[in-house]
Ligand binder design. Structure first.
Ligand SMILES: *Cc1c(COP(=O)(O)O)cnc(C)c1O
Length: 378
């Protein structure tokens, strides 16, 4: 048997997605909503009935992520939030969930409302404290423990292996939002997670032109995963073929892009951390970051997301942001272009430090990125 292929090879070949009919080296976009039956009324392709759940293009995209995650099965959704919602929707009234307190604000907002409507008890926890997490799992016995690592925007690092042990000991599932890590830097399923989630809108697509989300599971036969899959089919929250095709195209360079972004982020974080106008840089790649050793253990790189706390108040943070020329002022992360965002303006109720600037580092030349911050900091 041949050796298993390395991630860069899987990605570059889009897990073997070629056009068999035309002998093209890339797959076509197949947009048909419905599929033919023959004279005997048998499906010409038994795996293709109707686009709501049968799409070669979406399946190709899923196969790339499945192989990169080392998953049993992968499902794409039309957004990251649709993927998170799909992961929670099989829960029943009376169950409990445990959710990391400092996760992506949109996820916390939706999960909170969903749990209220469904009579599901939602508990919040600082999941970076592994002992507190184990104690909370023993007490609450959550059906789902949902964590995000590194977290957005505080860059907390969660011990996935310990979190998995803690929740699985009481019959629950661990879901890891690994958007900031990407499948190029971390494999949560191999560390014990039951389901790994990504907003593919971010680095998986990486070109800021596709909205998508993805879930991968280490056990395709589990009842929770089966319910997620059935609901995607029946309720119809599916990705369109054009988006899937763009994702296949983009994911060919995922390891390459993430490597370049991570290298840039490491250099920029060290530079800003030593800058007199900066109070603190939150980035797991910095040796003084509380999650540094753990991130070094469970990730193969520290990623491209960081938060920068400038010396001064909100107006000083906004002044610096306003002066940046290479970094674009926009929400989102993981794209080839560097972005900055003043999260406290977006989430005024969050209690985030008012001088916090979230930074997503792209693939530009590092000299331009550093020069841009130096001139903006003045
Ligand atoms: C953006 C993001 C989401 C939501 O994804 P969408 O594709 O915007 O719906 C969820 N989690 C994290 C960590 C994100 O950054």
């Amino acid at each position: 048997m041949s050796k298993p292929r390395k991630p860069a090879t899987i990605a570059a070949h889009a897990a073997g997605a070629i056009d068999h009919a035309a002998a093209g080296v890339v797959p076509p976009v197949q947009t048909s909503t419905t599929f033919l039956r023959n004279e005997g009324y048998d499906l010409v392709r038994p795996d293709n009935i109707y686009l709501r759940d049968d799409s070669d293009t979406v399946r190709h995209a899923e196969e790339v992520i499945r192989q990169l995650e080392g998953a049993a099965e992968t499902l794409f959704f039309p957004s990251g939030m649709a993927a998170i919602a799909a992961a929670f929707r099989p829960l029943k009234a009376g169950e409990a969930v445990l959710v990391q307190s400092d996760i992506y604000y949109g996820a916390k907002k939706w999960i909170t409302g969903f749990c209220e409507r469904r009579d599901i008890a939602m508990h919040l926890i600082d999941a970076s404290d592994a002992e507190a997490l184990a104690a909370a799992c023993a007490k609450i016995k959550p059906a789902i423990l949902h964590v995000e690592t590194p977290s957005n925007p505080l860059l907390k690092t969660i011990d996935i292996a310990k979190a998995a042990e803690a929740v699985q000991a009481h019959g629950g599932l661990l879901i890891v939002d690994a958007t900031a890590a990407t499948p190029a830097l971390m494999q949560p399923l191999a560390l014990g997670a039951d389901i790994v989630m990504h907003s593919a809108t971010k680095a998986i697509n990486g070109h800021s032109d596709v909205l998508a989300g993805v879930l991968s599971a280490n056990n395709a036969e589990g009842p929770h995963w089966q319910a997620i899959k059935l609901d995607r089919h029946d309720a119809g929250a599916v990705l369109g073929p054009f988006e899937a095709w763009l994702l296949i195209r983009a994911m060919r360079t995922l390891p390459l892009r993430v490597k370049a972004m991570t290298e840039n982020a490491g250099v920029l974080a060290a530079h800003l951390n030593a800058h007199p106008a900066i109070d603190q840089v939150l980035y797991p790649g910095l040796p003084d970051h509380p999650g540094h050793a753990l991130a070094a253990k469970q990730m193969s790189g520290f990623g491209s997301l960081m938060s920068v706390l400038v010396k001064g108040d909100a107006s000083r943070a906004l002044e610096v942001i306003g002066k940046l020329r290479v970094f674009l002022r926009a929400t989102s992360l993981g794209g080839v272009e560097s972005l900055v965002e003043h999260r406290p303006t977006i989430e005024p109720q969050s209690g985030l430090p008012e001088n916090l600037i979230r930074v997503s580092v792209g693939i530009e030349d590092i000299d331009d990125l550093i020069a841009d911050w130096d001139q903006a900091l003045g």
